[in-house]
Design a protein around this ligand. Structure first.
Ligand SMILES: Nc1ncnc2c1ncn2[C@@H]1O[C@H](COP(=O)(O)OP(=O)(O)OP(=O)(O)O)[C@@H](O)[C@H]1O
Length: 217
């Protein structure tokens, strides 16, 4: 299991905090949202909901540093001053980023090496998502839910304080959803924070707030 406590204060003693400040996002001709501000602190989750096309994925991609906001900014405090936001964030998108030609364990070992080997060992992370014993299976043989579990295991092999999760429970069965929610609660209890978009309930515990995006203009 990966349950290491995250050092969530910077050298000035600031607590880990993620701020969206007056964010706007235009895609094509449509203004998806404007003047959107939020704060998520260590131990908290912010769950973004809204209809298809409202801009949930776009917001998460902006926060993860994968696309620029049209205006406004994202600020992460409580991390070392030299740290780039992209190095502090685990982004779990719609794609599972699983290479079918590699074995299950090799996929995870690759990500562990790329992300800096600061988290759980590969075998422990596979156990944590219910894939223990499948490490030598070609990843191409995984079912959709198993691929999702492997993608989730990526969150565990490197300790990063901010989890940005886009519909993380897609394809997961009820037991896997419960297991994933428990991993999320562990992350929050360890001092991390979560920003998630979802159409399904996510049981991340009491420190969960909601942010609803409306249909774009
Ligand atoms: N590259 C792009 N160029 C133009 N428009 C885009 C682009 N990518 C996404 N969009 C549009 O932006 C809008 C918001 O998309 P986004 O994926 O952020 O919505 P969402 O709230 O996550 O939706 P869903 O619930 O269906 O996942 C959609 O209307 C989509 O068509």
């Amino acid at each position: 299991m990966c349950n290491a406590s995250i050092a969530n204060r910077d050298s000035r003693g600031d607590r880990l905090r993620l701020n969206g400040e007056a964010l706007a996002c235009r895609r094509g001709t449509r203004l998806l949202f404007a003047d959107l501000s939020f704060t998520v602190a260590a131990g908290e989750a912010l769950v973004v909901t809204g209809p298809n096309g409202a801009g949930k994925s776009s917001l998460l991609r902006i926060v993860a540093g994968l696309m620029p906001a049209t205006s406004g900014r994202v600020r992460l405090s409580g991390v070392p001053a030299e740290a780039r936001i992209s190095e502090q964030v685990h982004y779990l998108g719609h794609e599972d980023a699983v290479k079918g030609a590699l074995r299950v364990g090799e996929n995870l070992a690759f990500w562990r090496a790329v992300l800096g080997r600061t988290g759980a060992e590969v075998g422990d992370a596979l156990e944590a998502v219910g894939l223990g014993g499948l490490g030598r299976l070609p990843a191409s043989a995984l079912s959709a839910g198993q691929r999702r579990r492997l993608a989730i295991a990526r969150l565990l092999v490197a300790d990063r304080p901010v989890w940005v999760l886009d519909e993380p429970t897609t394809a997961l069965d009820a037991a896997a959803q419960a297991r994933f929610a428990a991993l999320g609660r562990d992350h929050l209890a360890g001092g991390g924070l979560i920003l998630a978009a979802t159409h399904a309930p996510l049981d991340f515990g009491p420190e969960v707030r909601g942010l609803r995006l409306g249909a774009p203009a």
